[in-house]
Ligand binder design. Sequence first.
Ligand code: PLP
Length: 387
Amino acid sequence: MLSSDAMSRRGFVGGMAGTLGYLSVRSPIDFLSRESEPGAPPSRTPEDEYDLLAKLHYNENPYGPPESVMRAMTKAYKYANRYGYPDGGIVDAIAKHHGVPNDRVVLGAGSSEILDVVGSTFASDGKRVVGVEPSYSYVYSHVASVKGSPLTLPLTEDFRQDIQAIISVTKKHYRSVGFVYLCNPNNPTGRVVTKHEVKQLLDGLPEDVPVLIDEAYHHFVEDSSYATSVPYVLEGRPVIVARTFSKIAALAGMRLGYAIAPPEIIRLMTPYISDSINAVVKHAAVAALADTAAQAQVKRVTLELRKQTTSQLQQLGYSVIPSETNFFMVHLRRRVQPVITEFEKRGILVGRPFPPMNEHLRVSVGTADEMKRFMVAFKEIMAKREA
Ligand code: PLP
């Protein structure tokens, strides 16, 4: 099962080489020749080509880290040759940020590591993870790789997670369920599970079933019916909240995420933690947590661009799933894969297919310029008959 975003990201270099190779001969944006003729400017490097792509496929922050974080990273490079170095107090900073004791915090190299560790701890060797599909299927792939298996449920008609169904299926398969996975807001739909529904879920499940609540897109939510689930950890429920510095904090390439969980759950997870986080990102993350103004600005611009783009699509007659994140899904009313390929030919990378939603395209919110490119290409591609 190598279909998730993250899995395909692991093959990113190979995949991108393919895309770039394709672009270098076929793309309309390929206005520079790769052949170096005498007196011609030097041909583009792979980095130049990468920079030219509109990257609307991985829900990244397109602006990069703010000045405060760049400064912190630059200062931290002096620790590049060390194992034991001052880490900037990253665990303290996270614990303080959430108002929890330090023993409720565990770091991972990206929240992907946290998701892996939860899978390895609770759902290996025949155990099951219960969740919906489509969701962040990386979790299900990892569980399968450690010989567990996913038990997935469809979304409701309005693309929400069916809390009652999750409770029933978990109870029915109680003996084999290792944990429940709830992505909130959900990737790829962008829809939230309300705080009332989260409570229903936790109250309705057998009380010893761990629940992994993935809040990767927490910072983009406006809906007041949503809330973080961190307080449940303080109540002592078996809840693991996963967070990442990859999205609003723009540190995807630096790899840092964390879990907030009860100490006894962290103790079970610890043997699987790689402890492989680099010095630079620890300092970057402390600065990122402190720079709330920069995060507010990213949220403001991102939501503005999402609203602008989605209303343009709606004016063209396409329905869009209401999103609370830095991405959205538009219903194409045709198969999504050929459309993805057409975007790629134009140097625009958009989300992969998310079965069974085979007519929905997931689009990350990029810069204003990238969203303009997206809309121009969208009109051009959709004006043609389905291939
Ligand atoms: N969780 C969700 C829902 C995601 O969409 C992603 C990445 O796209 C991750 C977790 C993993 O992020 P990272 O490992 O960069 O923290």
